[in-house]
Design a binder for this molecule. Structure first.
Ligand code: ATP
Ligand code: MG
Length: 268
């Protein structure tokens, strides 16, 4: 494996970027089922990697591994699994580096997730210790860490820990009653003191034209970000090539909002 200078493997920690105002940090993307968590996580990571920022994208979902849906397996360097990391007694920086897969078309992007065909029983069970260590050590591997959480924090340890440990949480919701109902049912779980409400930013996701501003405010209240629906994003999702650049004019508003989130959350 031959990674370019300054790529995730060659850099030892997150401080090699020349002095800039960038904050970096760990972002957890969480919210209602099908709200667009994976889509937004992937597009934020893709945007950062395109700007030559070392970014580690972690897919917490062990029930429906997202990795096989975001790019062709041939586009990934190696066959390594999140399961191997969490199966260890202790998670080290080295273990993460060894089990991280690189996107061959841009090696600023490292991905960690379960592989096609794997599930929660493929590996020994893990607990909060490994989840906390994974996030702690991920900070040493890359300056930008994005965790695509599952909605089910009551049963998914890694996603629950990610919400506690992340510097910022994007809380995605669609502009429909089911999506809102789900979040309302989960919010009491987040009232514990460790679930810092201040670091959670409300995001209206996959907003369709008919869900215009006034209707949305009425349903969701004020939100920090509004990510519009994009047909090109939907097509990429269907075709399993979500790491490709969005080129169509109709995706402009989507791209702009992704850029805005990167600026406000990561300072870049
Ligand atoms: N901004 C968007 N524009 C177009 N389609 C979108 C957008 N956001 C999400 N989608 C579509 O919504 C569906 C669900 O997206 P995604 O899998 O990212 O959601 P999720 O929250 O990760 O779901 P899950 O709860 O299953 O993990 C997909 O078909 C995806 O293409
Ligand atoms: Mg998902």
């Amino acid at each position: 494996m031959n990674f370019k200078q300054n790529s995730l493997f060659t850099r030892k920690n997150g401080f090699q970027e020349e002095a800039t105002e960038e904050q970096g940090g760990v972002l957890a993307v969480w919210g209602s089922p099908s709200s667009g968590k994976t889509t937004v996580s992937v597009k934020l990571a893709e945007h950062l990697a395109r700007k030559k920022k070392n970014v580690l994208l972690i897919f917490a979902d062990m029930t429906t591994p997202p990795l096989p849906c975001i790019c062709a397996s041939g586009d990934l360097e190696g066959e390594r699994s999140l399961g191997s990391i969490l199966a260890a007694t202790h998670v080290t920086e080295n273990l993460i580096r060894k089990n991280c897969m690189f996107y061959k078309k841009n090696d600023y992007l490292g991905l960690i997730g379960m592989l096609k065909g794997e599930n929660v029983f493929t590996y020994p069970s893990y607990d909060q210790t490994q989840a906390v260590e994974l996030i702690e050590q991920a900070r040493q591997v890359a300056p930008f860490v994005i965790i695509d959480c599952t909605s089910t924090i009551a049963s998914d340890v890694l996603s629950a820990v990610a919400l506690m440990e992340a510097d910022t949480v994007l809380r995605l919701v669609n502009c429909d009653l089911k999506s809102i109902s789900y979040l309302s049912s989960q919010l009491p779980l987040l009232r514990d003191h460790k679930w810092d409400a201040d670091k959670q930013l409300k995001v209206a996701s996959n907003v369709k034209p008919q869900e215009a501003d006034c209707h949305m405010e009425q349903v969701l209240g004020s939100v920090s970000f509004q990510i519009p629906h994009s047909r090109e994003v939907e097509t990429q999702y269907l075709e399993g090539n979500m790491l490709e650049e969005l080129g169509l004019k109709e995706s402009r508003a989507f791209r702009k909002e992704i850029e805005k989130i990167c600026k406000e959350v990561f300072g870049t």
